[in-house]
Ligand binder design. Sequence first.
Ligand code: AMP
Length: 281
Amino acid sequence: MEIIRQPNAMTSWSDEMRDAGRSICLVSTMGFFHEGHLALMRKGSEIADEVVVSLFVNPMQFGPQEDLSSYPRVFEKDAAMAREVGVAVMFAPAPEDVYAPGFQSRVEVDGLTEQLCGRSRPGHFRGVTTVVAKLFNMVKPHFAVFGEKDFQQLAVLRRMTVDLNFDLQIIGHPIVREQDGLAMSSRNSYLDEEERRQALSLHQALLLARQRVEGGERDAVRLQEELGGFFKKFDRAEVDYVAVVDSENLNAATVINEKSLLALAVKIGKTRLIDNTLLMG
Ligand code: AMP
């Protein structure tokens, strides 16, 4: 596996591969790999000849009160894990090479970013779309895989790719979970023992919701209220949002149907966790 740091070296590598007729899949990450990341990389090797994993903790997508400086960074371990699953290149640029002095451009998607995480993390998606657009230009992939755990991010990036005519295909990957159901996340490492226990409330809420819908519940507002009450049983849990939305446009739903997605963001102690499920899928 090659480790590439410079954006222009990355582009030259991709140009060579493209000239040789080899397809490239990008998996963009912030590192501290877990099985969720590895599943995306394996998916990449199924659909393309070469997998490039980018590792970049993107300052532009963190708010001033968020965990940019404490975000876990374990470069050597990540490199070993990526090598193990057959990744061709780990692209790990320095912030000053991604955002060179004088940088003043932004990529912004409107409507889809206005609700859910966009509401509680102002500027977050602008940071994501800006860096991913730049990664698309630097890596020139034919495919890019993103996790459904970040459902809104996936929807926003699909929109950006169509709107800005990026010549590549976006692939979504299902959520990878721990054995007990907790969605894998680099941020799970922040949880202490009691918080780790209470973090299960997110998955339990998704299961409860699916059970209610199976039992005939179609009223989105009533379901949200019940779930809000459910989280009150967990003293370390503070709900940011419990939202039933249309999975295509992310608008709030009133009636539950095949397209309805339940999305959760809940702070467990200081750690903000997200999860989601289709309610009738
Ligand atoms: P991150 O390093 O957290 O920015 O995540 C990098 C990519 O991995 C994103 O496309 C995430 O949606 C995806 N991802 C993170 N956790 C999971 C998970 N538990 N299941 C599936 N995909 C995930």
